[in-house]
Unconditional design. Structure first.
Length: 180
């Protein structure tokens, strides 16, 4: 009984690698597409994605509306998101934390919390000065015409509802996501 409790308790705070470990996502913020890859082979491409209103690059603070460059994993899946489905990323990464510490954006305690989370395959703190809750999601009830017209998220990567439903058949927690 204790073992079952520990498994349930720990699964809330950590992510398991349950997707095909060879499948990963390459998010190209310049060409506005996601490539679903297995090894180096592109299996398929999801076009016309939207990113943060502030573009893509180095996030410097919560609320900057920038989609961060970097290497992450899907840390959790929100099935009841207002955006239909939400694949939460393990942002901020250790690299994000190192740069932020060097620039004085975060303190040593926050840096240590982020690094420790990654060492133990847990979701890093989402309430740091760097922001959090960065992920890949659908439109929900948003207007698809707006989605095609301009970048509208607060730093996430948005797909149509059809695309996010399809993507959910290919990825899961643990899937690597590289954003460039």
């Amino acid at each position: 009984m204790l073992r079952i409790y520990l498994l349930l308790c720990c699964s809330f705070f950590s992510f398991a690698v349950s997707a095909d470990s060879d499948v990963w996502l390459l998010v190209d913020t310049t060409s506005r597409k996601i490539e679903v890859k297995k090894g180096e082979q592109t299996l398929e491409t999801l076009d016309e994605i939207a990113i943060g209103r502030g573009g893509a690059g180095l996030k410097t603070h919560r609320g900057d509306n920038i989609t961060p460059f970097g290497n992450y994993r899907i840390g959790w899946v929100g099935e009841r998101s207002s955006f239909r489905r939400f694949f939460g990323l393990t942002y901020p990464s250790v690299e994000d934390a190192e740069m932020a510490l060097q620039k004085g954006i975060i303190d040593r305690l926050t840096y240590d919390r982020i690094v420790t989370a990654h060492q133990f395959h847990q979701i890093p703190p989402q309430n740091t000065p760097l922001g959090g809750q960065i992920g890949i999601h659908g439109l929900g009830h948003a207007d698809a015409r707006i989605h095609k017209t301009f970048d509208w998220t607060h730093g996430c990567i948005a797909l149509t509802n059809t695309q996010i439903d399809h993507l959910s058949q290919l990825v899961d927690t643990g899937t690597v996501v590289k954003i460039k």
